[in-house]
Write a protein that binds this ligand. Structure first.
Ligand SMILES: Nc1ncnc2c1ncn2[C@@H]1O[C@H](COP(=O)(O)OP(=O)(O)O)[C@@H](O)[C@H]1O
Ligand SMILES: [Mg+2]
Length: 323
């Protein structure tokens, strides 16, 4: 069975791409077939970390309909059983992924033949990133121990959970309207908790309330604490878990603690993945451990979600980046 592993973060520069490349190698070395997809549109650099030249067609070709399937874009890497679908490096300005092309990507992802398909996402909480993250019930959320990164990780989780609730109900449903109104009020400054929204949905319709609860309880992102330096970092991780538990009533699991490691920081310059060049360094050890856990702890498939507000989104696409 194929597993999707989206990798996201609230803040940029916390090590998603380095993790994607090295985790892909570690899983391949443990006998799995792996496809890495660079979905950091406008900032793709996964090929660089793998030592592959920026001359292959990639996701940009699919977005601009120059390729019909994602599968035809697979590029071999130096690691046996590891393949790459490069980003949009040969195009510019793909950051505004049109709605239909996003739908096409989401539809084709489960058909890519591999044991693991790893998605290296852009930083932050755009709908495109959230939707790609929600392709799994247990995507990886990377943070560093810095306060800003931790706060942004929390915001990311909150946004992902609201998006999950929104897409748990069909576009024209009263439940969807309730979610949208709630988000609107939040944007206008109300400090309402997600649980209040669940209760409102429950008052509207008990079955829908149960569906909302079920969707949230099945959503269990796995956090990677990267660039760790001291034991203090573990406490910060515990704080993140507590705020998520208190405010979002949701549990997170820490799946890896990866140390700040000078060998890891060298590899982008050397254009060779850390795990291949320095297999015994502390970062590589952490990565191997993380890969092992991912193989050992299978993730339940994500429930089917409803599409976005297609009509609205098409209008937005016509006007470029207005929304
Ligand atoms: N554990 C680590 N130790 C040292 N440097 C790291 C570590 N993780 C990532 N880096 C470095 O941090 C920089 C940003 O990493 P990158 O993976 O590009 O972040 P992101 O994809 O989240 O923006 C890169 O130069 C990378 O080599
Ligand atoms: Mg990156």
């Amino acid at each position: 069975m194929q597993h999707l592993i989206p990798i996201a973060s609230g803040k940029g520069g916390v090590g998603k791409t380095l993790l994607a490349a090295n985790l892909g190698i570690a899983l391949a070395q443990q006998g799995k077939t792996v496809v890495l997809i660079d979905l950091d549109l406008g900032g793709s650099n996964l090929h660089t970390l793998l030592g592959i030249r920026n001359s292959h067609p990639g996701i940009g070709h699919f977005i601009y309909k120059k390729a019909e399937t994602l599968e035809e874009l697979l590029v071999e890497t130096s690691q046996h059983q590891l393949f790459l679908i490069p980003g949009d490096g040969l195009f510019c300005a793909t950051a505004n992924l049109p709605f239909h092309r996003k739908q096409a990507i989401l539809k084709q992802l489960p058909d890519i033949p591999a044991d693991f398909v790893i998605l290296d996402l852009g930083s932050g909480t755009t709908y495109n990133t959230l939707d790609l993250f929600l392709t799994s019930s247990a995507g990886l959320l990377v943070t560093s121990p810095d306060t800003t990164a931790i706060l942004n990780a929390y915001s990311f989780l909150k946004s992902a959970m609201f998006r999950l609730l929104q897409r748990s109900f069909s576009a024209k449903s009263s439940e969807r309207h309730l979610v949208m109104d709630f988000l609107q009020q939040k944007m206008e400054g109300g400090n309402h908790h997600i649980q209040e929204l669940v209760e409102q949905i429950h008052r509207l319709d008990a079955e829908s309330g149960n569906r909302a609860r079920e969707a949230l309880s099945q959503f269990r992102p796995r956090v990677v604490m990267n660039m760790g330096r001291t034991a203090q970092d573990i406490r910060l991780g515990g704080r993140l878990r507590k705020v998520v538990q208190d405010n979002l009533k949701s549990g997170i699991e820490f799946i890896a603690y990866l140390p700040q490691d000078e060998y890891a920081s060298r590899s982008p310059l050397e254009r060779t993945p850390t795990l291949l060049r320095y297999p015994e360094c502390p970062y590589s050890q952490g990565i191997k451990h993380c890969a092992h856990r991912i193989i050992q702890e299978p993730v339940p498939p994500m429930q089917a979600l409803f599409e976005d507000d297609q009509d609205l989104q098409e209008l937005a696409d016509q006007f470029g980046n207005l929304l």
